[in-house]
Design a binder for this molecule. Sequence first.
Ligand code: NAD
Length: 361
Amino acid sequence: MSKVKVGIVGSRFQADCIAGAVKAVPEEAELVAVASPTKGNAAAFAQRHGVPRSYTDYRELLKDPEVELISITAPNRLHAPITIDAAKAGKHVICEKPLCMTLEEADAMIDACKKAGVLLLYAEELFFAPKYVKAKRMADEGAFGRVHLVKQGEKHSGPHSDWFWDVNQSGGGAVMDLGCHGIAFCWWFLGKPKVASVYSQMSRQVHKDRTAGEDEAITIIEFANGAIGMVESSWNRPGGMDDCIEIFGDKGQTYADMLMGNALPTYSEVGFGYAVEKAATTKGWTYPVFEEHWNYGFPQEMRHFARCVRGQETPIADGETGRVVQEVLYAAYASAGQGRKVTLPFRPTGVAKPIDLWKKP
Ligand SMILES: NC(=O)c1ccc[n+]([C@@H]2O[C@H](COP(=O)([O-])OP(=O)(O)OC[C@H]3O[C@@H](n4cnc5c(N)ncnc54)[C@H](O)[C@@H]3O)[C@@H](O)[C@H]2O)c1
């Protein structure tokens, strides 16, 4: 099979991660173009990653005949328009999380890709994180009996980019940023059952000066099969990224700490180059992680998506996955606003961004 030719939209944090993932699966995919609007950024990215062509306008990248698959690593509010333009240009799409801002956008993205006959792939790397995949495999083998509680937490000290603190560009706070991973994870782990209800407690604890978004949240998802998902999302945990799961069944349980659990417990009085995403220091006790992208599952995700483009595999994370997450995000914000459980289906129309359901219940 020929390598899938990938174009990246965006040139910063997640774009670097996607470039690393493509380069980690050279037999499946290769980078051919990048687009980013800030002068010089796309060219610098191209040089950094050995990408042949760079553009300042993503529409130019979409005209590039060699590009087959684009990866959208632009801010959340741009996911829908870029996806729809890409579909019209006949390109397959990998969209970063969260899928978009509104359920109407989710529908339009899915429809546009369906009409154009291109794939809409949803970049939920937790479906590919080796430790979590192992936990799911054991659960599917029956190791824990009937799984009735799945917990996922993702916590760090807050976004690295200014736009994510602006709810008009991001759509919300820690739940839009991190909770979307946990929602997708619980749903996937339990075999993608219907969601029955959502309860979420959201608050602003630490970053009131910086954002109108929630920086602390606990979201409880009740599935139609009776199992419960619990998702902790926080922008208030200094010390580096924390991503953990706990799985409970009537015959057993397992726990996984994706990053610190695979790290080298380290003490250094002088410090060193890099420990883990968003760690403020490398002095004193730290948990430097190795093969960070592999631990998250980014290369494994890229391999799967490239094989999906070649028709060798069926997507396990697609536009429909993103839409399920989007509906739960809506329900979570509405629940926090109303102070009660919200049952699904929950599809209010005319919502500009999910956080509005919390702020103006
Ligand atoms: N899967 C994950 O774990 C993960 C991790 C980080 C970010 N993300 C997601 O990736 C997306 C990007 O986040 P980030 O952290 O890389 O942000 P970032 O601020 O580091 O990068 C955003 C990029 O988008 C570019 N951009 C802005 N406007 C654009 C436009 N009109 N056309 C093309 N490019 C444009 C910017 O120039 C920049 O290069 C977000 O949706 C975020 O939620 C996912």
